[in-house]
Design a protein around this ligand. Structure first.
Ligand code: NAD
Length: 453
């Protein structure tokens, strides 16, 4: 099938590459000329396991192209995926300007029937707004072309995006019951047929329910994390090991093991903004989503917990103190630092007077970019960008781990001990066993495990 992807970011590039891999003829559009130039010269703008190979293979086969040419992109795809960003507005609601601009662009150029697929995460009712924006552009041109707007939210996880796209748990498709809506559904069914070969994974519903499903999913996951973080903070006070509790409750199939990890708080481009946007939708309908308000408040507090543990141990005035930080990306296997807890920790330690050496296996370039936005020149001068995990340790008083990269899971503790001034580890992801840490001669501070330290 001929597919256009509007917005070649995390979701758009992965969607385009994977649909090309299945044999479709894909046109990826972006407004960012530098991104398109990079892709056309063989580069990949994001770190995502397996993505580079899929893109290279399909470019070589002539199944994927990258361009900023709007007219050509509209002419290309019978199916037009909108995968542009929906960042939070000042009031927390989703900013739909990019989605609506994409819709208008389609309306300004289309001549025949198109399926418009909303893959961006958008609030309930956006399908109607996309329809209206597109129709307005068509009417202004005096063109009488038909189209249908479909909602197909994306559930991929950064760091495992290609794998998730290729082996989805489920595909959610919302469409209208009109003749155009049914025609669009039939085209979507054909497009996604390869994923449904062994068993049907597609859930068909109306557009509004599909839009809502994405927010419900992310809000549920964020709720589990904040729930465990809140319990972990209590565990610290009452002498309980939250890791034992996690195993104890996760083994109940009604609860399950996923997303029960206490830690340094959730970040990334999705959970914080989607929780906020759903709260905002509720407020527009005079409902207060109490649980989600608490989820957000707990997470904001949780991002401060690691820094507070450092301050409790080394004092409120950290002038003259130097710390190593391992892990800057908001989670492993990505270079994404949007809303990353590490950014809060760096700010907190600098505010208390400390200097830091930071290291991440893939997010160093991104860290240089975002920390230059977060910090002023004098603050930035107190951050050293280390070249390796061990380089970060030299001269540091303690190690603070923020992201659970595999490379940090079995480090050389003997070496760590010789490099650190004090054998102190703050483990924001509970990577290590406290007993083993004690045996190795470390003072160990996990999250919700103070009984053992
Ligand atoms: P992103 O910022 O990485 O990419 C968006 C891209 O759209 C950018 O390259 C931008 O230049 C481009 N763009 C903006 N306006 C455009 C226009 N009018 N025409 C063409 N291109 C345009 O964003 P992302 O992380 O891929 O997220 C996209 C959407 O998918 C968001 O709604 C997000 O909530 C949702 N989502 C993201 C993830 C994730 O893990 N990142 C997962 C599921 C859903």
């Amino acid at each position: 099938m001929k597919i256009t992807i509007i917005g070649t970011g995390y979701v758009g590039l992965v969607t385009g590459a994977c649909l090309a891999e299945l044999g479709n003829d894909v046109f990826c559009l972006d407004v960012d000329q530098r991104k398109i130039d990079l892709l056309n010269s063989g580069g990949i703008p994001i770190h995502e396991p397996g993505l580079e190979e899929v893109v290279a293979r399909n470019r070589a086969a002539g199944r994927i192209q990258f361009s900023t040419d709007v007219a050509a992109s509209v002419a290309h795809g019978d199916v037009q995926f909108i995968a542009v960003g929906t960042p939070p507005d000042e009031d927390g609601s989703a900013d739909l300007q990019y989605v609506l601009a994409a819709a208008r662009n389609i309306g300004q150029h289309m001549t025949g029937f198109k399926v418009i697929v909303d893959k961006s995460t958008v609030p309930v009712g956006t399908g109607d707004r996309v329809k209206a924006a597109l129709q307005e552009a068509l009417t202004a041109r005096g063109v009488d072309a038909t189209f249908s707007v479909v909602s197909n939210p994306e559930f991929l996880k950064e760091g495992a995006a290609v794998e998730d796209f290729m082996r989805p748990d489920r595909i959610v498709i919302g469409h209208d019951k009109t003749p155009e809506g049914e025609k669009a559904a039939a085209m979507m069914k054909k497009l996604y047929a390869p994923f449904n070969r062994n068993h049907e994974r597609t859930f068909w519903m109306d557009v509004r329910s599909a839009e809502f499903t994405k927010y419900a999913a992310n809000s549920m996951l964020a709720t589990r994390i904040s729930f465990m973080n809140e319990l972990a903070n209590l565990a610290d006070r009452v002498g309980v090991d939250i890791e034992a509790v996690r195993h104890g409750i996760g083994s109940d199939p009604r609860i399950g093991h996923s997303f029960l990890y206490a830690g340094a708080g959730y970040g990334g481009s999705c959970f914080p903004k989607d929780v906020q946007a759903l709260e905002r939708t509720a407020r527009q309908y005079d409902q207060d989503l109490l649980i989600l308000r608490a989820v957000e408040a707990v997470n904001d507090k949780q991002k401060l917990v690691l820094g507070q543990k450092v301050i409790k141990r080394f004092g409120a005035d950290l002038n003259g103190h130097h710390f190593a930080i391992w892990g800057l990306a908001f989670k492993p296997n990505t270079d994404d630092m949007r809303e990353a807890p590490a950014r809060v920790l760096v700010r907190q330690l600098l505010d208390a007077g400390a200097t830091v050496a930071v290291y991440d296996p893939v997010a160093m370039e991104e860290a240089k970019r975002v920390l230059a936005l977060d910090l002023n020149a004098a603050e930035l001068a107190r951050v050293r960008f280390a070249t390796s995990p061990t380089d970060a340790l030299s001269g540091a008083e303690a190690l603070v781990i923020v992201t659970e990269w595999k490379a940090f899971r079995s480090p050389d503790f003997v070496k760590i001990k010789t490099l650190l001034k004090h054998a102190v580890i703050f483990d924001g992801r509970n990577l290590f066993a406290p007993e083993a840490m004690a045996e190795a001669g470390f003072e160990y501070h996990g999250i919700g495990r103070s009984i053992l330290t």
